[in-house]
Design a protein around this ligand. Structure first.
Ligand SMILES: Nc1ncnc2c1ncn2[C@@H]1O[C@H](COP(=O)(O)OP(=O)(O)OP(=O)(O)O)[C@@H](O)[C@H]1O
Length: 263
């Protein structure tokens, strides 16, 4: 296995607070790598630095062999490092199909003002249909995006990121705000994508994390305290301790321990 993303000694400080504390991370090509940790551990801050939304104070990020530490977000996306909702935003009044066709058009470097001509672009619409199918929205292609359920909108967002053909997709809490049924649909979707897209996933739903991840890194106070297979992580004493000490982490704490009990 080769690492597609390497993070070396990354630091992000907010005043006196070390939100990312000399974090090291290596994401292998083809894996789904989950980041877990109690509330405030620094997961979102780390994702922001990987996507380019936040500049690190120190450390390096290397993607596909290229130093990207100072590279702006749009260039990272062009290089194949894409984050779901920050790269593409859904056009609520347009149909699912038009949203996907526009995402494909932007991948090819065309400006949005050529949208009218995109409508007559049959091959692009064929690709858009294939994308809708891939993300489980083939029965909704003519629906207005704004009329989709929350879960379906998240599916559409993922379809729009896939239109960019990312080499690595950053997913920040894709199950947030979803009910059990929608979460399970998202899990199934991510399982189908695993075979061809490398993913870094931040998610509070531990059942989903342990179902999906090939490897997991656990963060506490901005430090990566452990990286390993789900089995290694669920049994790791420092990870268990971190969740036990998290008085706000109710369900997660319980879930990590349930995962431990079923190991
Ligand atoms: N812009 C900011 N300014 C000041 N402090 C911040 C800022 N963003 C995050 N923090 C702090 O940095 C720490 C890490 O926050 P972050 O949101 O990255 O954690 P998290 O692991 O994603 O948390 P959660 O699981 O609750 O979403 C927290 O203490 C948070 O309050």
């Amino acid at each position: 296995m080769t690492a597609i993303l390497q993070v070396h000694g990354l630091v992000k400080q907010f005043g006196g607070l070390m939100a990312t504390d000399h974090a090291n991370l290596s994401v292998e090509q083809g894996e789904l790598h989950a980041l877990i940790g109690p509330n405030g551990a620094g997961k979102t801050t780390l994702i922001h630095q990987l996507s380019g939304a936040l500049p690190p104070d120190a450390g390096r990020i290397v993607f596909a062999g290229q130093e990207i530490t100072a590279m702006p977000m749009h260039q990272r996306a062009r290089a194949g490092l894409a984050r779901s909702y920050q790269i593409t935003s859904i056009f609520q009044r347009l149909s699912v199909l038009d949203n996907l066709a526009l995402a494909l058009q932007s991948k090819n470097g065309s400006s949005m003002r050529f949208f009218r001509s995109a409508r007559s672009d049959a091959p692009r619409y064929e690709q858009a249909r294939a994308l809708a199918d891939q993300v489980g929205l083939s029965s909704k292609i003519q629906s207005q995006a704004g009329a989709l359920s929350h879960g379906e909108q998240r599916q559409l967002e993922i379809g729009m990121v896939l239109a960019l053909r990312p080499r690595l997709m950053l997913l920040d809490e894709p199950m947030a705000g979803m009910g059990a049924e929608e979460s399970q649909r998202m899990v199934q979707l991510l399982l189908t994508l695993k075979s061809h897209t490398t993913m870094v996933l931040v998610e509070h739903d531990m059942d989903a994390v342990f179902q999906l991840a090939d490897r997991i890194s656990a963060l506490v106070f901005g430090k990566v305290i452990a990286t390993g297979t789900p089995d290694t992580i669920r049994k790791h004493p420092d990870v268990q301790q971190a969740y036990l000490g998290d008085s706000d982490g109710g369900n997660e704490t319980q879930n990590v321990h349930q995962q431990g009990a079923t190991a």
